[in-house]
Write a protein that binds this ligand. Structure first.
Ligand code: BEZ
Length: 397
């Protein structure tokens, strides 16, 4: 019981069957037990600004396993959930709790780029299969890429580049960017500026406020003074709800654009205040493929709320994990073979085709969408099979 009792009961939200087995036989790792369950650690935010993102990812992950009868590649799956609170200073300690304390076989996490960077450092040293279902910190699949770390979401810069390209192609010439001051916001507005400028646009001003602040009024006044053709903003989760409402209430008369994290998952909460917000993302509610139709129906039937991009990323995390597990017959101790299979994985996602780059980041389509009547309606495909440059990644895969 030693390792378990060291954990914060408040943060370890759920332990299931395999957890009980570990408690009874603390020195036997489940992966070595013949046919025993595979213990998957979910390190995600279940409280704070990004709580609903963590919940959406978790729901899709659990739905995937349920649809497979509770097992992947012949291994029963059990989960240990840990609330990382989107707190970067706690990232290393929380990761260690799952790897050393809970002795998880596979690690899935997280949402916040700052937490993910702390997590990746520990996971990289531990070498266990690790899948990042959201956090976009560029370095994770650029200079700090790792053999055992895969991402099923995006790189922040990749989304920023696609958004800047879409804005320039729409003929927009001036923008003000406004975001939270941490890796995600900074890298998205940097990518936006690069592509927007290359397409003939000009970023008049970049404004930041600390994460997770939601005091937007002085920035909105500053935007009004600049009079750009558009405002370009990254906020997400609870922060996005307040921002979209505050932006609409300010009646600036300046169209609001952003990466799609601004509107995904908050459609109902923002209501009519969100109508007309244009965003770019690797997902849109009405991506026209059978995988998306089935996913949206099954998820909505199961949870009585529609899925969003975060749920799609959770779903694809399990598609990638299953591809790796199948290659090794469920034996995660065969790490090289498992990582080789994951490195070349290619599958059909609700978002469209999903391939993985040499740096372990998705190669995917990006869509321009407009929020209308509670749906992120697809306007056009902005980039097809678009890859992050993976600059500085030295993996041989
Ligand atoms: C990030 O911190 O990387 C992030 C958080 C929420 C949405 C998108 C990116």
């Amino acid at each position: 019981m030693k390792s378990r009792s060291q954990l914060s009961r408040r943060r370890v939200l759920a332990l299931t069957g395999a957890g009980a087995a570990v408690a009874a036989f603390p020195f036997v790792r489940p992966s070595f037990a013949q046919g025993g369950p595979l213990k998957v650690g979910l390190m995600l935010p279940y409280s704070g600004t990004y709580a609903q993102l963590g919940e959406a990812i978790t729901r899709a992950i659990e739905l995937y396993v349920k649809q497979k009868g509770g097992a992947l590649a012949g291994r029963q799956i059990t989960f240990v959930k840990l609330d990382d609170e989107s707190e970067p200073p706690k990232g290393a300690e929380n990761t260690t709790k799952l790897i050393e304390g809970e002795k998880v076989d596979v690690l899935i996490g997280t949402v916040h780029s700052g937490v993910a960077m702390a997590m990746a450092k520990i996971a990289r040293e531990a070498g266990l299969p690790t899948i990042n279902p959201n956090a976009g910190a560029d370095v994770l699949t650029r200079a700090l890429c790792a053999k055992n770390i895969f991402r099923t979401s995006f790189a922040n810069g990749q989304v920023g580049l696609a958004t800047g390209k879409a804005a320039a192609e729409a003929g927009i010439k001036t923008a003000v960017s406004f975001t939270w001051d941490y890796a995600a916001g900074k890298e998205m507005i940097a990518g936006f500026a690069e592509a927007f400028t290359a397409g003939g646009g000009k970023v008049l001003k970049e404004i930041t406020i600390p994460f997770p602040t939601v005091e937007f009024q002085s920035a909105l006044a500053e935007i009004a003074n600049w009079q750009p053709e558009i405002t370009h903003s990254f906020f997400s989760g609870g922060g996005a709800v307040k921002y979209i409402k505050d932006y609409a209430a300010a009646k600036l008369g300046i169209p609001l654009w952003g990466p799609g994290f601004l509107t995904d998952g908050v459609e109902a909460a923002v209501g009519a205040a969100g109508d007309g917000v244009k965003t770019v993302l690797h997902y849109a509610d009405d991506v026209d493929n059978p995988e998306n139709k089935a996913f949206r129906k099954d998820y909505t039937d199961a949870y009585k709320v529609p899925p969003d991009v975060f749920a799609v990323q959770g779903w694809d995390t399990m598609q990638l994990l299953e591809a790796g597990l199948k290659a090794v017959g469920g034996d995660v101790s065969k790490r090289d073979a498992m990582f080789a299979a994951m490195s070349t994985a290619s599958f059909k996602s609700p978002r469209g085709p999903f391939d993985i780059s040499a740096a372990h980041n998705p190669i995917q389509n990006f869509y321009l969408r407009e929020l209308k009547g509670g749906k992120n309606v697809l306007i056009k495909t902005v980039a097809t099979k678009f890859s992050d440059p993976g600059t500085g990644c030295k993996l041989a895969s």
